[in-house]
Design a protein around this ligand. Structure first.
Ligand SMILES: Nc1nc2c(c(=O)[nH]1)N[C@H]1C(S)=C(S)[C@@H](COP(=O)(O)O)O[C@H]1N2
Ligand SMILES: [Mo]
Length: 428
């Protein structure tokens, strides 16, 4: 645009330009999109100069640590106040409905802690290894940074995720029904490097991990797992762990329940049997229908959920081209297949799994279809690399009864209504 032309002249020439482009490509575009394209002629969003095009914006360093656009301010972790008595031993939820891809942004990773967030100066943090080892050791953070590093993308799911849905549909949004999961890239050193440094005695079969927070979270981990793929991690998505996620250092226990991923990790004790701590006896066990409880149900089962559309992410565009997307994950490794149903599980269609996928990480799936505007019952069903298939909630309750809280990997249903709104329902 000539800087000397008046706004009116500029608008006129802009309109003329748009008109000719539309004449060439407009019709084709409208068909391809399957929906109505904005009528460019007369659309003031196009023909009128907008403020952001007219005035200079803030310069660099306006926000030394960047924040999301102000228009995204509703995309935040949220809690359900009535779930817990107070916020220090509580949980909030990842806004899955508003995210895409497989990496959870650090500021949106759900938080679960039992004694509030410990704020630990890294120079004051110590990690001790004691018990059945040749050389009890204490590491500073500086010591840890000198071990060989690895980067791995893993999901962390709280065993209580979807726990409120055992007896029927309860919370209206996948943030609340499925948001106790996040998936980030960790940087750290394999746990076996530290254990080898201390020298494991052959009688050492279990490991106790202990946190430095006010809850001093403790969990027993079988040595086989500790030596396999566990990490002692100090970075997430390239930057230091967030305080909420265990700064300066946490345990990463891939594919296993989030409770074992001890944050603010301060001690590793090697023993010959599990310790039967609170979090593995009165909590994180599964009461069955006959009154017996399963314990040490470490692994997270194959699971998936449609993240959009979902109750917090309604269809606002009417019928026509529609994208269904969601997440699938399994503690067994990779996801082999995800199917989507539009009719409550009668017919299934293969979804497209985004190829940027890793074992024991969430997988992103898409199902693109033409919505005819009628009511639908949306479901997704995942199958993992070992052939495990996500069960219906009915099938799950047949085996587990209705007392459980933890390890609910049942198929989720969203009822899509003709106006595009969605509701959490259960079909049986
Ligand atoms: N030290 C410590 N570690 C902890 C907890 C805790 O309260 N204290 N909560 C556990 C539980 S129950 C879960 S589900 C995960 C949650 O990890 P996140 O807050 O990074 O999402 O941390 C686990 N590690
Ligand atoms: Mo948890």
């Amino acid at each position: 645009m000539d800087s000397r032309s008046t706004p009116d002249q500029a608008d006129a020439s802009r309109r003329a330009f748009l008109k000719s482009t539309l004449a060439l490509g407009g019709a084709g575009l409208a068909v391809a999109a399957g929906t109505r394209t904005a009528a460019a002629e007369g659309d003031p969003k196009i023909t009128e100069l907008q403020d952001w095009n007219r005035y200079l914006g803030p310069g660099v360093d306006a926000a030394p640590y960047g924040l999301p656009s102000e228009f995204e301010k509703d995309v935040v972790r949220r809690d359900v106040p009535w779930l817990t008595a107070d916020a220090t031993s509580s949980v909030n939820f990842t806004p899955l409905h508003a995210l895409d891809g497989i990496i959870t942004p650090n500021g949106l990773c759900f938080e679960r802690h039992h004694g509030g967030v410990a704020e630990i100066p890294p120079q004051d943090h110590r990690l001790m290894i004691n018990g059945l080892v040749d050389r009890p050791m204490v590491f500073t953070m500086e010591d840890l940074y000198r071990f060989p590093r690895e980067n791995r993308v893993y999901f962390l799911e709280c065993a209580a995720n979807t726990g409120m849905e055992w007896r029927g549909a309860q919370l209206n949004g996948c943030q609340y029904t499925h948001g106790m999961v996040h998936c980030v890239m960790y940087t750290g050193t394999p746990l076996r490097n530290l254990l080898n440094e201390a020298g494991l005695k052959s009688s050492g079969k279990w490991l106790l991990a202990e946190g430095a927070d006010a809850s001093a979270m403790t969990r027993s981990i079988p040595m086989e797992k500790a030596l396999d793929d566990c990490l002692v991690a100090w970075k997430m998505n390239g930057e230091a762990l967030r305080s909420e996620q265990g700064y300066p250092v946490r345990l990463v226990v891939p594919g296993w329940e989030g409770n074992m991923w001890v944050k603010w990790l301060r001690r590793l004790e090697v023993g010959d049997q599990p310790w039967e701590q609170r979090e593995e006896t009165s909590k994180y066990t599964d009461l069955l229908a006959d009154g017996k409880a399963r314990k040490f149900t470490f692994q997270m089962e194959v699971k998936s959920v449609i993240t959009a559309p979902s109750p917090q992410a309604p269809v606002t565009h009417g019928k026509g081209r529609t994208v269904i997307t969601g997440l699938a994950w399994s503690g067994n490794g990779t996801i082999r297949r995800v199917d989507v149903s539009l009719d409550g599980g009668r017919n299934w269609h293969a979804a497209r799994i985004d190829p940027q996928s890793f074992p024991k990480a969430v997988h992103r799936f898409y199902y693109d279809f033409d919505w005819d505007g009628s009511e639908l019952l949306l479901q997704s069903r995942a199958m993992d690399e070992k052939g495990f298939v996500q069960p219906t909630k009915e099938a799950l309750r047949k085996v587990r009864g209705a007392n459980s809280i933890y390890h609910n990997n049942g198929i989720q249903t969203w009822h899509l209504k003709t106006d595009g709104a969605l509701e959490n329902v259960e079909v049986s």
